[in-house]
Design a binder for this molecule. Structure first.
Ligand SMILES: C[S@@+](CC[C@H](N)C(=O)[O-])C[C@H]1O[C@@H](n2cnc3c(N)ncnc32)[C@H](O)[C@@H]1O
Length: 389
């Protein structure tokens, strides 16, 4: 694309490998376009394709997804009736794709650490009329109940307990015989926590002696007047989760926050430093350490990113396989992306990101190259079988 502010610009071109998508008037100078992170750069005045905007159109029926995102949900291979965890879920693209594949039967637990993003997930689920999605606000670095101090969080008392007991994961875990008594060996800390949660539940709800704070009474009055609010939220408030019992999910998806170096179009690039890339890698490993413990024996863990940085992709796989001997890479279906990178690079030395895949492992992952013929965003998917006992 060429042009100066105010000039008519041809977008795209009639190149053999490209498209002519129309003519537009540049509203910013070329240099401002590449500096601005927001705003309208070009006003389209003549289009070849009159494509409508997808968002807001056919609400609940269409949700625009990148091809690798759909592939990720399919690679996870969720089945109706299963219990799935989507650890970093907002805005819920993959969460909803998973729920659709499960025919809305079973449970998809979707987490995000940001309150409003949890509301986005709930809104999207409500829009698509998917009832098996339960979204909670939780820092996925603190997903494991065994990591919590052996005290009951204040949110178990009073208001939130009275409002939405069914949606409190720790309580529903505590009440679920499956989690409490079948197979999952609980540490003394977890048992203590469970007992406390049960006691708390019996005292406040089960026994009929419900404690009702003034704040709860005010909230209930508002709810009676205004309706229940959006989705499963309490009048627009996301529910906090405390964490989950280890080894209780059939499948876990970690679609990790990343450097997003695969995203296209990317008008503003060049912010990342090597140190920043390393920080992403370190953060992803911490999230992975949580994810791996939540999968039941024989279950599946899928790790994905929308970056092309091997330090966040192949190096994470190396870390996973070298750290957890009960993990193995498992073939993916569908397999559309190319092979992963074998070897390593000294550029990533010093923080354990130097080593990537070993020969033979490259075909068990999918790497989507944004400059390749598939014309997708850059993306990476690894699928692990979890065999711990
Ligand atoms: C790559 S996006 C997820 C995209 C989403 N899976 C989808 O397909 O729609 C990463 C998300 O992780 C969330 N996140 C980052 N750190 C987190 C943490 N410690 N706990 C929970 N969520 C986190 C961010 O808020 C962001 O929404």
């Amino acid at each position: 694309m060429a042009g100066q502010q105010g000039h008519i610009t041809q977008l795209g071109g009639l190149l053999e490998s490209g498209w002519f998508i129309g003519k537009g008037r540049a509203l910013l100078s070329r240099s401002s376009m590449f500096k601005a992170s927001k705003g309208v750069a070009v006003e389209m005045i003549e289009r070849v394709y009159e494509l409508p905007a997808f968002h807001g159109l056919l609400e609940g029926k269409i949700f625009l997804q990148n091809l690798p995102s759909i592939v990720t949900a399919r690679v996870l291979d969720p089945h109706p009736g299963e219990r799935i965890l989507d650890m970093c879920a907002a805005p819920g693209g993959k969460t909803t794709a998973i729920a659709v594949l499960m025919q809305d039967k079973g449970e998809v637990v979707a987490l995000d650490r940001t309150h409003n993003k949890v509301l986005d997930i709930l809104n999207l689920a409500a829009e698509m009329r998917l009832t098996c999605i339960k979204a909670y606000k939780l820092d996925a670095l603190k997903c494991l109940l065994s990591d919590r101090p052996a005290v009951i969080s204040p949110h178990l008392h009073g208001e939130s307990l009275g409002q939405d007991t069914a949606n409190q994961p720790c309580i529903s875990e505590a009440l679920s015989e499956k989690s409490l008594f079948s197979g999952a060996e609980l540490s003394s800390k977890q048992s203590y926590l469970m007992t406390q949660a049960l006691d708390c539940f019996k005292k406040t709800v089960g026994g009929g002696h419900t404690y009702r704070s003034k704040a709860l009474e005010r909230k209930e009055a508002r709810k009676a007047k205004n309706g229940p609010g959006r989705g499963q939220t309490n009048g627009g408030r996301a529910v906090n989760a405390m964490g989950f019992v280890p080894k209780t999910f059939d499948r876990v998806l970690l679609d990790a926050p990343c450097s997003a170096l695969g995203l296209r179009p990317r008008l503003f690039a060049g912010e990342e430093t090597l140190e920043g890339l390393r920080r992403h890698g370190a953060y992803q490993r911490k999230l992975f350490d949580q994810a791996v413990q939540l999968v039941r024996p024989g279950g599946v863990l899928v790790y994905s990113t929308c970056t092309i940085n091997p330090g966040e992709n192949e190096a994470l796989v190396r870390y996973a396989l070298d750290t957890y001997n009960f993990l193995s890479l498992t073939p993916q279906d569908p397999k559309i992306g190319g092979p992963g990178l074998v070897g390593g690079s000294d550029v990533f030395d010093g923080h354990g990101f130097r080593c990537w895949l070993r020969k033979g492992e490259e075909h068990l992952v999918q790497r989507f190259d944004p400059s390749g013929p598939l014309d997708t965003i850059g993306f990476f998917i690894a699928k692990f079988k979890v065999e711990h006992v």
